[in-house]
Design a protein around this ligand. Structure first.
Ligand SMILES: Cc1cc2nc3c(=O)[nH]c(=O)nc-3n(C[C@H](O)[C@H](O)[C@H](O)COP(=O)(O)OP(=O)(O)OC[C@H]3O[C@@H](n4cnc5c(N)ncnc54)[C@H](O)[C@@H]3O)c2cc1C
Ligand SMILES: O=C1O[C@H](CO)C(O)=C1O
Length: 529
């Protein structure tokens, strides 16, 4: 082995155990690589091909599912994480920054901040790697911004033949579309160019509103701010409406957070542990108690005090504890019907003590419609709303509704938007909670509303959706993913076929077909691939 890998500056580790962030899944890889240069990455891919091994590239391991698990070769690009180039627009309206794909999003924000720029939109955290955040369809929450991958102008990948390929809207646009949401199966993303905008702060409010107020204002609320997200606390019948706009105002004191304190946090996790492990009917009481500690009792719509923070602090949030997450996207127009139905089911389940949900149920939106003209940047100021897209291609595996049509910012309505609902279930002190019955109901509701699951998360599916059953239903753990091959083939149709064709062309020997079981149970490859 020493001979085979003497080109590496960091020797591969044998038997390295990888655990995902939530600690739900772990695997023992045969060999674990941390290359430090493009040449080393190419050689690792070629060695995998020659040795007939499969290779998974793992970023920060923040995907909650078992998608990165492998008992063959595992590679991580944490040591391949430098900034390569910064190209500024002549009037500094934006900057295109090329980085090595192992860079973490928080590292990229730190670098950009020093140069006077910021990432246009973020998800709830910044721990992810650039390669990882692109590969799963990660999103934030905004009526104007799309998937995080829409900020990327180009990618460079190493495909399964060990070739280095540059991808953008002109060079191999079909491979670019496949790599913009690839689940790590098209090639290793080694470099990426992100379009950043002038640095901005966020002026945000957190308003306490009734669940009924949310439903009553559904038609206009989502377009009331550039950044917006809602946290739903079903047992309190209340929500927190978070809204943010770009500003150049100076940063203010952060708002207080009860669960942000050591005692609040530990107490909350202990209460959840008691509820999940000893007496589940406590859950609604805990939720009400925690909500009132954190947010108070009184409706504050239009009256909440604003906070000014950096864009990163404003867009990221405290995700609290290890968790299962089942998140789906569906047309935002279907929101009221979906939420009424989920509300009814959650209340009935609590009454019959069938299951309990954790909070918040996160409600977000994105605008993944494709602009019909380039954005005019000349008149833009650092606080102008909306994105300057890096690309305007729709990834083949984009899970958001495909029928929504573009409208200029001033004309955006709910009909342009995707609704994301995120059913988080905590694992207090890393003890599992029961998710099966809640997630089955949640998934049926979302599928009936035209939804599809977020690829990276803990969707469960059903044995009835598998092409071939390897286990009986009773042999699965409560939270174990059964898969949804038949639905995924039905939902993605020709897009999936195109993605599969490109996958085979780029990786004819199946170097990236690790964790084949995950791929087959979700229909992205066939048995004979
Ligand atoms: C607390 C928390 C908050 C989150 N918030 C959000 C959110 O707000 N919005 C949202 O949409 N998601 C969210 N996620 C999910 C997260 O953004 C995605 O799972 C993301 O893909 C994780 O990035 P990663 O670097 O950890 O990738 P990993 O989980 O390590 O890998 C994910 C996939 O990317 C592939 N991959 C990684 N690097 C490369 C590469 N260089 N080349 C090719 N393929 C690669 C892997 O093979 C795998 O298929 C959250 C997750 C957690 C745990
Ligand atoms: O996966 C996710 O986890 C957090 C919620 O805790 C979030 O926003 C996701 O998305």
């Amino acid at each position: 082995m020493a001979m085979l890998f003497d080109f590496l500056s960091v020797a591969p580790k044998r038997g390295f155990v990888f655990k995902n962030w939530a600690g739900i899944y772990s695997c023992r890889s045969q060999l674990f690589f941390q290359p430090t240069s493009l040449d080393e990455i190419v050689k690792v891919v070629k060695a995998a091909k020659e040795e007939r091994k499969t290779l998974v590239t793992v970023g920060s391991g923040h995907s909650p599912s078992d998608m990165c698990m492998t008992n063959e070769w595992l590679m991580n690009l944490d040591k391949y994480n430098k900034v390569l180039e910064l190209k500024e627009h002549p009037q500094k309206k934006y900057a295109d920054v090329t980085v090595e794909a192992g860079m973490r999003v928080y590292q990229l924000s730190e670098y950009l901040g020093k140069k006077g720029y910021a990432i246009q939109n973020l998800g709830s955290i910044s721990e992810q790697s650039v390669g990882g955040i692109i590969s799963t369809g990660t999103h934030g929450s905004s009526p104007y911004h799309g998937l995080v991958s829409s900020q990327y102008v180009n990618l460079t990948i190493v495909n399964g033949k060990g070739e280095v390929i540059f991808l953008d809207s002109e060079h191999h646009p079909d491979v670019f579309k496949a790599a913009l949401l690839s689940l790590g199966k098209i090639g290793v993303i080694v470099k990426a160019t992100i379009r950043a905008v002038p640095k901005f702060n966020l002026r945000s409010t957190e308003e306490l509103i009734k669940f009924d107020t949310l439903l009553a204002k559904w038609d206009t609320i989502w377009t009331s701010s550039e950044y917006i997200r809602i946290w739903w606390y079903p047992y309190t019948r209340k929500c927190i409406l978070w809204r943010g706009v770009k500003t150049q105002e100076p940063i203010t004191e952060p708002r207080r957070s009860w669960w942000g304190t050591l005692i609040g946090r530990y107490f909350y996790e202990t209460l959840l542990w008691v509820a999940t492990q000893i007496y589940p009917p406590l859950t609604p009481y805990i939720e009400r108690f925690v909500f009132h500690r954190q947010y108070g009792q009184v409706e504050t719509l239009g009256k909440a005090q604003a906070e000014v923070s950096t864009s990163v602090d404003g867009l990221n949030m405290d995700c609290l504890f290890s968790q299962f997450v089942d998140e789906w996207g569906c047309p935002l127009d279907n929101g009221p019907e979906v939420l009424r139905s989920l509300d009814h089911s959650i209340m009935q389940a609590a009454q019959s003590k069938e299951f309990y949900v954790h909070v918040p149920v996160e409600i977000r939106c994105s605008n993944t419609t494709i602009p019909d003209r380039p954005v005019n940047v000349e008149d833009r100021t650092p606080t102008s709303q909306g994105p300057i897209p890096g690309n305007t291609l729709r990834p083949y595996l984009d899970n958001t509704p495909s029928h929504c049509r573009y409208a200029p910012l001033s004309d955006v309505t709910n009909s342009q938007l995707t609704l994301y609902i995120n059913a988080t279930m905590y694992r207090p002190f890393h003890w599992n909670s029961y998710v099966g019955r809640w997630y089955a109901l949640f998934e049926d509701t979302m599928a009936a509303a035209g939804g599809k699951p977020h690829w990276a998360k803990n969707f469960i599916g059903s044995t009835s959706l598998l092409e071939k059953q390897s286990k009986h239903e009773t042999q699965y753990d409560d939270h174990e993913m059964r898969g949804m091959a038949k639905n995924i083939q039905k939902w993605y149709g020709k897009d999936l076929e195109d993605w599969q064709r490109i996958r085979r062309e780029q990786d004819p020997d199946g170097v990236f077909l690790a964790n084949k079981d995950w791929c087959i149970r979700n229909g992205i490859i066939n048995d004979h691939d």
